[in-house]
Design a protein around this ligand. Structure first.
Ligand code: ADP
Length: 162
């Protein structure tokens, strides 16, 4: 069984993330999408909310599991006996950061954790969670960026803040 992990903040999950999830789920027998509990960032959605969004969005994909983790990815991957991480590449700007992350993970895990990259589908190349949040905070249209049920949750968050 080829199992892989797709780690990320997913705050919130976008159609770009979902595209990577669908494509990776066709390559691997099991894909574990795992939300990073990053204490340094102030997220819009709690880890539990992000996990629930991912579960709802992937409910039709039987080989996709959703989980969360804190701390180093290599420790979590070792605990779960996972040896492949999936990451998405949008543009050249992602490359440097992702390359460094992949190399550090390979080094720290002594070769136990390798990273596989999927290039974004072109229509999502400029899509990021932060731009979705910025557009939504000004009441803009995010219907092409996230599933409808996620758009609703994002607007609810910003309305509650007002
Ligand atoms: P991070 O893990 O850096 O906090 P995200 O949770 O936003 O970032 O993204 C997780 C992974 O998904 C990263 O590898 C990122 O490059 C990728 N990703 C984000 N948005 C897209 C997109 N629109 N298309 C393809 N990959 C994406």
């Amino acid at each position: 069984m080829k199992r892989a992990i797709y780690p990320g903040s997913f705050d919130p999950m976008t159609l770009g993330h979902l595209d990577i999830i669908k494509r990776a789920s066709e390559i691997f027998d099991v894909l574990i999408v795992s939300v990073l509990n990053n204490k340094e960032k102030t997220p819009l959605f709690s880890v539990e909310e992000r996990v629930n969004i991912l579960k709802e969005a992937t409910k039709e994909l039987p080989n996709v599991e959703v989980d969360s983790f804190s701390g180093l990815l290599i420790n979590y991957a070792a605990e779960k006996d996972l040896h492949i991480a999936v990451r998405g590449l949008r543009a050249i700007t992602d490359f440097e950061y992702e390359l460094q992350l992949a190399q550090v993970n390979r080094l720290l895990s002594k070769g136990e954790l390798d990273t596989v990259f999927l290039t974004t589908s072109l229509e999502y190349a400029y899509l990021s969670s932060s731009s979705v949040k910025e557009i939504a905070s000004f009441g803009g249209d995010i219907s092409q960026c996230v599933p409808d049920f996620v758009a609703q949750k994002i607007y609810e968050k910003f309305n509650a803040k007002r």
